[in-house]
Design a protein around this ligand. Structure first.
Ligand code: COA
Length: 326
């Protein structure tokens, strides 16, 4: 069995900045409500770029950071809930653009936990020796599935992408992973796909649009509990304590969720990395963007311990305990 480590990161967000004041012109909301209830000041919106365009830019940066090219990559996994097309996968589109000709490529959907799930899957491929270098991407254009008439949700989301290059080798980077799902609570967060509709049905169905529907209060309660459970799980598995961990990198959904968890875990809020003020909730991309930002800012030093923790639609959740080796 090989060890697996993160050897490069990248990210990309569209250039269009949408402020809370911009949203006041679309729905009955205001800057004060959004800032105090969510911590979001701005988010980025695609002006035409699709999910694979965002994924590609993050991937190119991550490859550069890892000092690799597409030819070195033998596995590409994209976590997303906003694929360009049902087929081909976003991963296959990225493959063709970076020339990763020997890679196996597929997308996964695990709501906002997607990046954590995808890292976990890639780790298994690398550990067993099946692959040597993997590109893991979280990318979303949520603006195309946002209900722009629903003030409860449209103020929360943004577009963006982040990527990490993983390598199998001697250095133990990803020390522990934990994932879970609870399908019987799937109703709290939904984006419908194409409805069943064919000429052999008794009744032709109404094609409801594919837009985000969420019960914010239920998700809030779920998030504050499941983040703690996910942290506890990898902490117990590794034998380290939370005191050994330099940063927690949580999914960026609401600053109040993160503050609540920081309080419950008796940790200084500064050890929970946050950039939700700038980007809002970018689903599968949020943890990947945050990790890349931390890498670029030089916040991570060799052998720092970091926990990535996600939660989201499905319902899904998960955590990854990392020893930073870059
Ligand atoms: N602007 C102004 N008022 C708004 C508003 C907006 N954008 N959205 C909702 N409101 C109103 C509500 O209509 C409600 O008014 P009422 O009391 O007259 O009915 C009031 O604000 C309070 O709404 P409530 O839903 O209780 O707010 P909240 O404090 O629970 O915050 C969320 C709402 C969505 C921000 C919060 O529940 C949340 O973040 N949940 C988790 C969501 C999440 O993490 N999703 C991603 C999972 S991956």
């Amino acid at each position: 069995m090989s060890y697996v480590s993160i050897v490069g990161t990248g990210s990309y967000v569209p250039t269009k900045v949408v402020t809370n004041n911009d949203l006041e012109k679309i729905v009955d909301t205001n800057d004060e409500w959004i800032k105090t209830r969510t911590g979001i000041h701005t988010r980025r919106m695609s002006e035409g770029e699709n999910t694979s365009d965002l994924a590609l830019k993050a991937a190119e940066e991550a490859l550069k950071d890892a000092d690799m090219s597409g030819e070195d990559i033998d596995l590409i996994i994209v976590a997303t809930v906003t694929q360009d097309t049902f087929t081909p996968s976003v991963a296959c589109i990225v493959q063709s653009k970076i020339g990763a000709n020997k890679a196996t490529c597929f997308d996964i959907t695990a709501g906002c936990t997607g990046f954590v799930y995808a890292l976990n899957i890639a780790k298994q491929f690398l550990e067993t020796g099946k692959c040597k270098n993997a590109l893991v991407i979280g990318a979303e254009v949520l603006s195309k599935v946002t209900n722009w008439e629903d003030r409860n949700t449209c103020v929360l989301f943004g577009d963006g992408s982040g990527a990490a290059v993983l390598r199998a080798g001697e250095q133990e980077g990803i020390i522990s992973t934990y994932t879970g799902s609870k399908g019987d609570e799937n109703r709290y967060l939904e984006i419908k796909a194409v409805q069943v509709n064919n000429p052999f049905m008794q009744e032709i169905s109404n094609n409801n649009p594919s837009l985000i529907k969420m019960n914010g209060k239920e998700i809030f309660k779920f998030a504050t509990k499941i983040i703690r459970k996910s942290l506890k799980n990898v902490i117990e598995d590794t034998g380290y304590s939370l005191d050994d961990v330099k940063y927690i990198v949580p999914h960026q959904a609401n600053h109040r969720i993160i503050e609540h968890v920081a309080h419950k875990t008796n940790m200084d809020i500064d050890r929970y990395y946050m950039n939700i003020d700038k980007y809002g909730n970018t689903s599968s991309a949020s943890i990947a963007i945050a990790l890349d930002e931390m890498n670029k800012k030089g916040l991570l030093e060799k052998n720092d311990k970091v926990i990535l923790v996600g939660f989201g639609g499905g319902l899904t959740w998960g955590s990854i305990f990392i020893n930073w080796v870059k």
